[in-house]
Design a protein around this ligand. Structure first.
Ligand code: HEC
Ligand code: HEC
Ligand code: HEC
Length: 269
């Protein structure tokens, strides 16, 4: 317990002197500051978040040398596994980051190809965000007409491009940070340090505005309400219906406990 307290004090001292905190004036250009960056800068991780972060940083250091176990995405699509090279989260996460939840990981990894991490993990409760397709290479909003693949006979071996993706917007601008921004570079620099306290603090702040668990399938695959306005994103009426009625999210919804099994017969009911 005493050790914990010392650690927390260390953290607040470090926060005051951190290179990252000092570098914040770089971001004085209001145009470049995303809602997510603002939330990270305002983040005030509590004790629990800091000790969780320290634990994760320690585990991360312990396993660094082992190649991270990667779960291929659903359909075993061929081609490059890289899905989000310009994403801020890629400073630290592998291209297919979901491995822990046996039931859903392959689907979440599949979605990473067309949905930005922040669409699922950054959903502030006090603000309503808007969602649009964004091209991470050309840095521009893209019209979604024709981009949906659901509800069509498609060759699944033909991988969809990793760009564009559905991204959260706030006040007409993407609400997320990008890799090539000063903010992202400053976080990456801080993360490179070997100092445990520096890493713990930066990790805690980066995740403070985020949702650890991510949304369940029904958040987007539901007849009555979806996080995404599918028609505005370019889906046809048939595709919106196909989203709501897709058998796999419905199948996953029927699971209640982790150790529960569902037979194919039940699935086809
Ligand atoms: C500075 C490095 C860093 C950045 C940047 C970063 N992460 Fe993480 N994140 C980690 C580490 C380390 C872990 C713990 C190991 C793991 O689970 O892979 C982690 C864990 C997580 C978890 C699991 C929950 C938890 O608290 O353990 C989620 C969800 C997550 N990150 C999402 C994101 C998203 C989304 C972004 C981009 C907005 C992001 N991370 C950016 C380092 C980072
Ligand atoms: C379609 C929604 C969705 C997208 C997109 C998404 N995630 Fe997740 N993520 C989840 C859900 C849901 C969980 C909770 C575990 C689960 O159900 O697999 C999760 C869990 C995690 C975890 C915890 C570790 C694990 O193995 O489960 C990390 C780390 C993570 N996400 C990082 C990311 C990063 C980085 C990106 C972008 C490259 C991203 N996520 C994109 C929905 C998503
Ligand atoms: C943030 C919103 C979101 C969440 C959460 C989400 N999905 Fe989706 N999902 C989509 C969108 C958008 C598409 C349509 C992509 C397209 O048509 O190109 C889709 C498509 C799919 C498809 C069809 C893929 C194909 O090529 O036919 C499956 C299967 C699917 N989702 C399963 C799931 C499962 C299972 C979960 C939960 C583990 C889940 N989804 C969670 C948004 C979401």
């Amino acid at each position: 317990m005493t050790k914990q307290l010392v650690f927390i004090t260390g953290i607040s001292l470090l926060f005051c002197s951190s290179a990252w905190a000092e570098s914040q004036p770089i971001a004085a250009n209001a145009q470049a500051i995303s809602l997510y960056q603002t939330r990270v800068e305002q983040a005030n991780p509590d004790k629990e978040a800091l000790s969780h972060s320290e634990k994760k940083v320690r585990e991360h250091q312990d396993t660094k040398i082992v190649e991270k176990f990667v779960v291929p995405n659903f359909h075993k699509q061929s081609g490059d596994l890289e899905t989000a090279p310009n994403s801020f989260c890629r400073n630290c996460h592998s291209p297919l980051p979901h491995s822990k939840q046996l039931r859903t990981r392959t689907f979440n990894n599949m979605h990473v190809r067309f949905i930005a991490c922040e669409t699922c993990h950054f959903r502030p409760k006090d603000i309503t965000l808007d969602y649009q397709w964004y091209d991470f290479e050309k840095n521009q909003t893209v019209d979604g007409k024709g981009l949906f693949r659901i509800g069509q006979e498609l060759d699944n071996a033909k991988q969809r491009p990793a760009n564009p993706k559905i991204v959260p917007y706030y006040q007409g601008r993407p609400a997320l940070a990008f890799k090539n921004q000063p903010f992202s570079n400053a976080v990456a620099e801080e993360w490179k340090k070997t100092d445990l306290h520096a890493k713990t603090l930066i990790r805690a702040k980066v995740h403070w505005p985020l949702e650890k668990k991510g949304p369940d399938c029904q958040t987007c695959h539901d007849e009555h309400k979806s996080l995404l306005n599918l028609t505005a994103l370019g889906a046809t009426k048939e595709q919106s219906l196909a989203m709501a009625k897709h058998i796999i999210p419905q199948f996953i919804r029927r699971y209640k406990k982790d150790d529960e099994h569902i037979t194919i017969r039940e699935m086809l009911q």
